[in-house]
Design a protein around this ligand. Sequence first.
Ligand SMILES: [Fe+2]
Ligand SMILES: [Fe+2]
Length: 226
Amino acid sequence: MARQRATLSQGATEHGAKRTTAMSESPAAARHVAPVGLRDRLAFGVVRLLGFVADRLFARRYGHRAVVLETVAAVPGMVGGTLQHLRALRRMKSDRGRIRILLDEAENERMHLMTFIEVTQPTAFERGLVVLVQGVFYNLFFLLYLTSPYTAHRLVAYLEEAAVHSYTEYLASVDSGACRNVPAPAIAINYWKLAPDARLREVIVAVRADEAHHRDVNHRLADRQI
Ligand SMILES: [Fe+2]
Ligand SMILES: [Fe+2]
């Protein structure tokens, strides 16, 4: 099915603007792309289901939620980068920069994990869950990307929308005092070039901005129907 393209991060097209809904006062949290068509609805439905499961598992334990979910979030960029690499080799054509974008996304997500592991230690159950989920998710996402890169990127974009929402809630819990605003880990201060006396709040704001960027990039890649 032919689909109009929408550039979402800068100067959204008319179509993109129509599908984009403001959700909060924060620029990082202000964008939702409404699902259009079966593949979008499928991707959105899967993300809602995963969000429901995550809510049951973690409730308001945002640090634990971040650690476990970042182990999942770091998978799609590596899968997409690998498959784009193989595709460029097969077709003997330029990847138009997609490989670097996707591998950078995977590395960025891994840095989120390395940061939050300094803030929260996962339980033995959560470590086991990570191993199980990685085994299932890597293979399913690989097959999805192989058969429908469009749906794969839309799925990631909706996961990133959910991540932005989740970090916004984490931020609110820090602001309310429910979560301690501990000093930022050194790895985070170096990576995001934060002030030496930065706290968890600044880290969450930086991570949320990364997730918003991933969201926009993946919606854009989906719209390009690669
Ligand atoms: Fe992340
Ligand atoms: Fe992300």
